[in-house]
Design a binder for this molecule. Structure first.
Ligand code: DGY
Length: 318
């Protein structure tokens, strides 16, 4: 008999096929976000669960989770939707998918940098809505990216991949990280030992830190005040690292030129004011959304579950 695997969302075809070969699947027919109770229902007779970003895997979930479910593997590197303390207390292993979404996410950070700087949302809307009247010297002038200063908060794999790409734009890159990296991982970037020291150097700022009690709400009015006037912020990390009200106020006042956002607090129910601002470039959490990367994430999640169900060490767990 195959082990039973509860899966909360549809998976890429190749991943679902592999899951079906090894497991007896419990999954929904549609692709809607499930409530805690609906997920628990799928887990009723399961040996393992495969969950996704945004699923409510909180303390109440672990309290009600059948003892047989010894692993919850998330289809993500981020684990902020999971109460890790509660999982540990119940002895449930949490698997994640580090390493395979670095390039896709760095590419999206760059799409945000370019899209925000070059007013891509406004331009695209004109073409789509047939409101583009003519070529004119003053039409939708944006901000030059090449040769500017880029700051990176969080120089892990993704931050490094963003820094590497910045070399192609002749940028002067600065970063803050809990520790300074060896030279070969800095890609020519200058290290700052505090965020306060970094911020004045950031004409562009790209966020790559996890959501933790220390970083939640970090991008607030005080933080923004330390950036050069007219700076551009992009976020591919987690939405709640930003204080939405403060960011929106800075975008309205002109303190910030623009923001590129792929992640939002409370997504998909984002702060509506973002939609009304012309100087935001907004994406629906697409950082890892390439076929190659989503397949690799799914296979990594299944590797974690395979190891657990075969009594081996889970390769990627937190
Ligand atoms: C993750 O894996 O945490 C990403 O946010 C998904 O794109």
């Amino acid at each position: 008999m195959k082990p039973v695997l509860a899966i909360t969302r549809r998976l890429p075809d190749a991943v679902e096929k592999r899951a079906r070969e090894s497991y007896d699947l419990r999954m929904q027919d549609g692709d809607e976000p499930l409530s805690r109770d609906q997920i628990l229902d799928l887990c009723k007779d399961a040996d393992a669960a495969l969950v996704s970003v945004g699923d409510p895997i909180d303390a109440a979930f672990f309290d009600a989770l059948p003892k047989k479910v010894g692993i919850v593997a998330t289809f993500s590197v981020g684990t902020d939707h999971i109460d890790l303390g509660a999982a540990k207390a119940k002895g449930v292993i949490i698997g994640n998918t580090p390493g395979v979404l670095t390039d896709a996410t760095a590419d999206i950070a760059w799409l945000l940098i370019l899209g925000a700087a070059r007013r891509a949302s406004e331009g695209e809307a004109e073409v789509r809505n047939a409101t583009w009247s003519s070529w004119r010297p003053t039409h939708l002038m944006g901000t030059q990216v090449t040769g500017k200063k880029l700051g990176i908060i969080g120089m892990g794999r993704i931050g490094q991949a963003v820094a590497k790409r910045a070399r192609g734009f002749d940028m002067d890159v600065h970063y803050f990280n809990r520790r300074q990296l060896p030279k070969d991982q800095e890609f020519g970037a200058t290290y700052h030992s505090s965020i306060d020291e970094l911020l004045p150097h950031c004409q562009f700022l790209s966020l790559h830190c996890p959501s933790t009690p220390e970083t939640r709400g970090m991008v607030n009015t005080d933080f923004i005040a330390k950036l050069p006037n007219g700076a551009i912020i992009v976020n591919t990390a987690r939405g709640d690292v930003v204080n939405d009200g403060d960011l929106i106020a800075a975008l309205k006042s002109g303190k910030l030129t623009a923001a590129g956002l792929d992640v939002f607090a409370g997504e998909p129910n984002i702060e509506p004011a973002y939609r009304d601002l012309p100087n935001t470039f907004l994406l629906p959490h697409l950082g890892s959304a390439t076929v190659e990367t989503r397949n690799a994430m799914g296979f990594r999640a299944l590797d974690n579950i395979d190891a657990f169900t075969q009594g081996k060490d889970v390769p990627f767990c937190v």
